[in-house]
Design a protein around this ligand. Structure first.
Ligand SMILES: [Zn+2]
Length: 572
């Protein structure tokens, strides 16, 4: 009998419970693609922030340093707790790189400076809580913009770090596992290999935000520690000054006052032709003093921030390598009693300059004063110094806050006459496309200048009226550096990258010996040569004299300073 096979009836088509092969691989791919997408999203965000703060090869180097943690997201993890921990760690890692990028981008954008440059390190080491608060009050807009970018990065990475790869659970059919293709594996391996190289190389590794900023903070502390006690350096300077043996060229009483102010741009002084009446008192002095007062029309600083500016001012603009003496040590060696009266609270300046003086009066540090004391506070100290009867040879250095940001703190409340009507200055700023907040800063800056005019004029008046009419007296005033307040760009603050950062006022008054006349007052002057002029005002003779650098001398020869800004002409 033929074997008969009973064919069962064909079953009806079953709903497909098991995926077809192609669908199976799609399901297998889904978590993998999810994880790869998370990697890509976090990686792209990171790369964007790295590119903000770095350029060229550095971007690739930073990307390699950042890569391993980002790739970790593609590595399947079974435990929920482990995955959570990974998400947190990768997020922190990414935020470290983003914060680094934002900090660098801000400094680059605002000061064209790197965080480990001398200017930024010096400023960070030299600042205090009050100054930092004032700085933030002035620059909160850019701080807000950068913080918003950072917050966006935080949210974006926060969303994606949670989508890292999970290991296949037991319920998934064998074979359904997250596997990377050969090419993907090779790519990951190559990146990891490069990352190993990055971490093996010291200069490369040092770029890692965690390493870099730790090192940065060490540098700031080291700088502060180095400043903390410069007594030995000062002692050596004094010995050197006595060896140089400077001598007074004239006997008899002599009072010399040096007023150093901060962040004053001469373009905002009516005395220099500004459209707003910011210097009525100095103009009155000028009219009254006639030939006894010289306003140096084309004064420039050689530095755009306080520390290097003052270093140059007191060390004759000579480089460190030439071991230049300190002006105050020479003055003391020549028999002057020296005062330092300051409205700054500033460690570096105090240690590098102020402590050379016989009498140091840091007015702003006196307990009980308002946290942001106005420059007028120093007038009493000045009067005391002028009345001091212990000597008749005095050098009084007065260090003012001037118009140091924040401008609104540099004049008394309700003393801003420039904020209500629209004048030619305002119209000009609008025409130049300056934003409303820069125009507002300009009004505050000009109000600060008006108050400054009062303080500086008082200091000049005190000098003019002290002692006997025939006693020799001299007074010099200048700013450490300029300030950008919408002059050359739509920003306000210290400005190494625009000429406004270097355009300073400078003037001299003395009651004897003629001063340079009209034409001579238009010769450019550079603040790093101030000490050469001051030695003349102090009437001190010494072996190193350089009359070609003394703006009061007939032999004066201008040489342009090297500043990182293209200046069309130093004579305007
Ligand atoms: Zn300054």
């Amino acid at each position: 009998m033929p074997r008969c096979r009973i064919r069962p009836p064909r079953p009806p088509a079953l709903p497909r419970l098991i995926p077809f092969p192609s669908e199976a691989s799609a399901a297998r791919n889904a978590p993998r693609q999810n994880a790869l997408f998370a990697c890509a999203a976090v990686g792209a965000t990171l790369l964007a922030f790295i590119a903000l703060g770095h350029d060229g090869r550095r971007i690739a180097q930073l990307a390699m340093l950042a890569a391993p943690m980002v790739l970790w997201l593609a590595c399947p993890l079974r435990s929920v707790r482990l995955r959570r921990m990974r998400a947190a760690l990768v997020w922190l890692w990414a935020m470290g790189f983003a914060l680094d990028g934002v900090m660098r981008a801000y400094l680059l954008d605002t000061y064209q400076a790197a965080p480990d440059g001398a200017m930024v390190l010096g400023a960070a080491a030299n600042t205090n809580a009050r100054e930092s608060t004032e700085y933030l009050r002035m620059h909160w807009r850019s701080a807000a913009v950068w913080s918003a970018a950072l917050a966006a990065a935080a949210v974006l990475t926060g969303m994606f770090v949670r989508r890292g790869a999970r290991a296949a659970s037991a319920s998934v059919a064998p074979g359904v596992r997250t596997r990377l293709s050969f090419w993907m594996k090779s790519l990951v391996l190559a990146v990891l290999l490069l990352a190993c190289l990055a971490y093996a190389s010291k200069p490369w590794r040092r770029l890692h935000p965690a390493v870099f900023w730790t090192q940065w903070s060490h540098s700031v502390h080291a700088l502060r520690a180095a400043w903390a006690d410069q007594q030995q350096v000062r002692d050596r300077m004094m010995v050197r000054a006595r060896e140089i043996a400077p001598v007074p060229s004239e006997a008899g009483p002599s009072t010399v006052v040096l007023v150093i102010t901060d962040s004053i741009n001469r373009d905002n002084m009516a005395l220099y032709g500004y459209g707003r009446p910011t210097t009525p008192r100095l103009l009155a002095h000028k009219a009254q003093a006639g030939g006894q007062m010289a306003v140096l029309q084309n004064a420039w600083s050689a530095d755009a921030s306080t520390l290097p500016a003052l270093r140059n001012m007191f060390h004759f603009g000579l480089p460190e390598s030439e071991n230049p003496p300190h002006l105050l040590s020479l003055a003391r060696a020549a028999g002057y009693k020296v005062w330092w009266i300051s409205n700054h609270d500033d460690l570096a300046i105090e240690q590098q300059h102020a402590r050379f003086a016989d009498v140091v009066d840091m007015v702003n540090r006196t307990p009980g004063r308002a946290s942001a004391s106005l420059d007028g506070e120093i007038l009493d100290c000045m009067q005391e110094a002028l009345q001091d009867a212990s000597t008749d040879r005095k050098l009084i250095v007065v260090h003012l806050m001037g118009a140091h940001p924040h401008y609104s703190l540099r004049f008394p409340e309700n003393a801003n006459p420039f904020d209500d009507d629209v004048d030619a200055v305002e119209t000009g700023l609008v025409k130049d496309g300056r934003s409303a907040w820069v125009r507002r800063f300009r009004q505050e800056y000009d109000a600060a200048l008006l108050y400054h005019d009062f303080v500086v004029s008082e200091l000049l008046q005190q000098t003019r009226s002290t002692g006997q009419p025939h006693d020799y007296r001299a007074w010099m005033y200048l700013s450490d550096h300029g300030q950008e307040v919408g002059h050359g760009s739509d920003r306000a603050g210290h400005s190494p990258s625009t000429a406004s950062g270097y355009r300073i006022p400078a003037m001299v008054w003395r009651n004897r010996e003629a001063l340079p006349d009209g034409a001579a007052q238009r010769q450019p002057f550079r603040s790093d040569w101030t000490a050469w002029t001051l030695m003349d005002l102090l009437k001190i003779h010494w072996s190193h004299q350089m009359p070609e650098r003394n703006v009061l001398d007939a032999a004066y020869r201008w040489q342009a300073p090297k500043i990182p800004v293209a200046v069309e002409s130093f004579s305007r």
